[in-house]
Design a protein around this ligand. Sequence first.
Ligand code: ACM
Length: 703
Amino acid sequence: MRNQGWGCVATKLCGTAVAAVLTAALLSNSSMKAQQVSAGEPGLMPLPSHFEAGTGSFTLKPGMHVAYADFHNPRLEAGVVRMMARLQFESGVPLPHVPSQVAGDMASAGIVIDVAGAGGAVQSLDEDESYSLTVTPQLITLRAATVVGAFHGMETLLQLVQLKENAATIPVVSVEDTPRFQWRGLMIDVSRHFEPVNQIERTLDGMAMVKLNVFHWHLSDDQGFRAESKIYPKLTGVGSNEQFYTQEQMREVVAYARARGIRVVPEFDIPGHSVSWMVGYPQLGSSKGPFHLPDVAGIHDEALDPTREGTYVFLNRFIGEMTKIFPDAYFHVGGDEVNGEVWTSNPRIARFMKRKGFEKPSQLQTYFSQRVVRIVEKHGKKPVGWDEVLVPGLPKNVMVQSWRGVESLAAGARQGYRGILSAPYYLDGMKSNETHYLADPIPADTTLTPEQQKLILGGEVCMWAEQLNERTIDSRIWPRTAVMAERFWSPQSDRDVASMYRRLSGISIELEQVGLKHITGPAMMRRSISGEVNPASLTTLAGVLEPVSFGERYHEQHTDGHTPLDRLVDTVVADPPSRFEIAQDVDAVLNKTADSTEAEARLTRRFMEWQEIAPTLAAQMQANPRMSDAAIRAQQLGDLGSLGLNALSQLNPNNPAIHGTVRGETRIASIDDAAKPAALVRFTFLDSLRKLVTASSASGAIH
Ligand code: ACM
């Protein structure tokens, strides 16, 4: 839903005299943004491939319902019921939630859904996901070849709802939409930290909202085996710390995903990352054991023994069991990060390698991969592996998931392998949304031939779970994943970063409406840490901080399954809106754009607030054992606020709102201080502030 979230957010400063001067400017900027979203661009994410805005709108009315032009089935009907419930919630208009009529008086229904057929009994890569959506003042018409296409159209419809002029409306539009890539995935590691079924299901709801269509479920790794096997019960019996999915639960997740147009691709990562297999079945290991679940993540030397026939007998039976639970055509067998130590140091395995003429462990891994590929295919599946499997001798039907760099994806395509890109989409890198958004599975300057490009099926966002848990995972995945979903769905030419950020804030609110906790989770933790119902100052500080990258955090803190993830770093998110907002405002001030007065007012207000809240907040944090390590960040926030105010006053000595307000630190060196590591969090705006200060020092005396 648009037109929400732009209003003046009440802060301590809203009541002060200075803020009163500034509020008018802020409000005018807010309404301007809302207009941009509705007039200049659809408030949609992902953007459709073709969109035409008309004039006027359709007004939602009580009792309005859906008529099926012809085909409908229980899967479509259940989707319609969910859509109507959400439409009611978003609009405030009472709507019937019961499945609606077929044909009959279509015009009076309000929404006509015209679907040609069910689509595949098992959704395939080739499922027709396209749809068209036509809104006139009288009627909404959604057409699709398949139920999955209709689901995508319903999500678009829900994103178009607007509350304005005291009515719930949908603008007159004509949308013709079809995805750019067939494989648009999200991977979740549930081994390092387990996620309960309800977390997985709300993630699937978020995925459906942004038209992702593959849930890649990383079900085993060194730290835990999460899929129940009835043939090999010790896999979870002693390899899971009793945190695993029953077969019934896995089937439930598969059904839940299918009901939303999402395929489920399971991953069992072998031959490395596999200690959890050996805890119950030590004969699978390449060393003697005994084996224990390692707490700390990283690359462990241990790997399955590729030289024993028993390993393949085991894998054959296990994979056969799992393929009955996961109907998808693809089956992921990992293959990443095998260092081969355990193979070369075992004389029996070393003799095997010599007999076969293998000089390097990677050749033994290829031998293993070839045998596993045959097993996976015997069970009717297409194998997928991480990009380490791309070595000479890899069977051509293996799909390669590139995580180490875009080069391996292109290299694979040149050799005729199908692939998907993940390297730039690792969420634990804590990169900006802009960086993720602009990374393209097939960049405009690709040197691949059109035939080779066809082998690149799409991409997958990856959420590794070493440094998160059930409480924090939503805010690590969302709303960021929506920008990559757009990269995978929308035309290559959609690369307007400012537009992306504008639309993302609206999508974030909608994602919350389907039950995701990316907003409430961090807020709840800040309440818990501070003991305050409304920890406004802490929230201001958190809003301009983000977690350091996976690697930086790993360097400082070896998280394991027992590490409490309840510090300030766990309540802040990557690339919060502040980074781009401040960058834009600084650019507006320095370039004297039409918006520069409002931008200056917004920056002034921010800097004043920082300066004002810092002393008390720093003292509170210092006294709180869960925050004392981060008190320095509060102190620095005040210094940076003063520095920013000083810079603004140098740039515009006539501004009465700023004059005389600078109270503290005004050395540019305070930016360098604030850039130093502390409490696993970093400020989002230092580059912009440095730019402002550098420009101002040309006109004044800042050192
Ligand atoms: C991986 O990140 N090791 C696939």
